[in-house]
Design a protein around this ligand. Structure first.
Ligand SMILES: Nc1ncnc2c1ncn2[C@@H]1O[C@H](COP(=O)(O)OP(=O)(O)O)[C@@H](O)[C@H]1O
Ligand SMILES: N[C@@H](CCC(=O)OP(=O)(O)O)C(=O)O
Length: 368
């Protein structure tokens, strides 16, 4: 068998593979995935598993005829997560560890760093991290909402070389193959644009979340960090043999030639903006310049409440999203500076604190 040149990979397993007949966790497909994990590890490849399926695995414990409210799904997730972890753990003769996350954890830089450190420590000691969204505690504001995007955030945080999304379909087709007999499989995507998103439809299975749209979002997040991304069929045993032989059994998304640095990637794809600073339109150019930074006299308005160190959006006064950045000032202080731009106090403060945002903490955004 040829030696694969991945150093670290993230595998994402969809709910349909965990609970295929919606009657609790089943080993039918997971056994092949577990064998793949064992083989990768025996080749020295570090593996992180993002496993969906807690809701699907726990559903059979609750009356089928009762409406699936949010709170009911949270209860299913809490019960199903234990079943699912027990199932995974049974396959391995090495230890595994459970990490449950929300977007609230990932978008906080300190918690994000802490998650990274824990994952690296587990890998260093041969423990398999098994991750999922912490569905029981999430709210609309706190959740990622789907494990495709979560797995891409995890892959970026873990500096993985490849992200493999195992689903119930062979890869990305030009339209949903479950609805169109003439759909054509696309083996390789060099760059992701609106035409790729236009091909993506919703999930058609009873247990999937997000369908192809969230998988393309995940591929965009991962490839922009230099991570090769696959969408592959986890139902087919052949998939895993092909992967181990260095072949592409589904759709491969090629990584950016110039990937974003970790901190800029986090700010662009993981952090949420806490507020907004509106600057004069012409400021767009100075952001791209070598000394890109904002001073108080360039600010037109400040929206929202944020603290020093929070991520903010910089918008031009024609509405264009220019950049995400780390705030060096609180919204309260910035409002004061914007209202008193000519005052001596304002000038002194900026001379001592520095620019409102500084070039090392800026992620320029696509114009939209
Ligand atoms: N263009 C497309 N190519 C492939 N699958 C698609 C496409 N558009 C929509 N889909 C749907 O996406 C589903 C996979 O997403 P999802 O059900 O969320 O799976 P998972 O649970 O593995 O995340 C497929 O079963 C298919 O019905
Ligand atoms: N966190 C949820 C899964 C969410 C999700 O994205 O599901 P899927 O589309 O099957 O990958 C769960 O464990 O049930």
């Amino acid at each position: 068998m040829q030696k694969l040149n991945w150093r670290r990979i993230v595998l994402k397993v969809g709910s349909a593979l965990i609970a295929p007949d919606q009657d609790g966790c089943r080993s039918r497909y997971l056994l092949t995935i577990a064998q793949f994990i064992v083989r990768c590890r025996s080749q020295g490849i570090e593996v992180i598993l993002v496993s969906s399926g807690s809701v699907a695995a726990g559903a059979h414990l609750f009356p089928a005829q009762q409406e699936r409210t949010v709170v009911m799904k949270k209860a299913m997730a809490a019960a199903g997560q234990t079943e699912m972890m027990a199932m995974w753990d049974r396959f391995f003769d090495f230890p595994s560890a459970q990490i449950l996350l929300t977007h609230g954890d990932l978008r906080d830089r300190e918690r994000y760093q802490s998650i990274r450190e824990t994952v690296f420590t587990l890998l260093e000691h041969g423990v398999l991290p098994i991750m999922n969204e912490n569905d029981t505690v999430t709210t609309d504001d706190l959740k990622v909402g789907d494990n495709d995007n979560l797995s891409a955030m995890v892959a970026a945080a873990a500096d993985a070389d490849a992200l493999m999304i195992f689903s119930d379909v062979d890869g990305l087709y030009d339209k949903n193959p479950n609805l169109h007999d003439d759909a054509v499989l696309l083996p390789e995507i060099k760059s992701i644009d609106d035409s790729i998103y236009a091909m993506a439809g919703c999930a058609t299975s009873a247990v999937g979340t997000g369908g192809m749209k969230t998988k393309i979002e995940a591929a965009e997040k991962a490839t922009s960090h230099g991570i090769t991304t696959y969408i592959i069929n986890g139902f087919k045993e052949k998939t895993f043999t092909q992967l181990l032989e260095g072949e592409n059994p589904g759709t491969i998304f090629l990584p950016y030639e110039k990937p974003m640095q970790e901190a800029v990637h986090w700010m662009t794809h993981t952090a949420n903006e806490q507020g907004e600073v509106v600057v004069e339109g012409s400021f767009d150019e100075s952001l791209e310049g070598e000394t890109g930074c904002i001073r108080g006299d360039e600010i037109v308005a400040v929206h929202g409440e944020f603290a020093v160190g929070d991520t903010i959006l910089v918008r031009s006064n024609d509405g264009t999203r220019l950049a995400k950045a780390t705030a060096n000032y609180s919204s309260c202080l910035l409002n004061f500076i914007a209202d008193n731009e000519q005052s001596e106090f304002s000038d002194k403060m900026q001379d001592s604190i520095g620019p409102v945002i500084s070039e090392k903490d800026i992620a320029l955004l696509e114009k939209s």
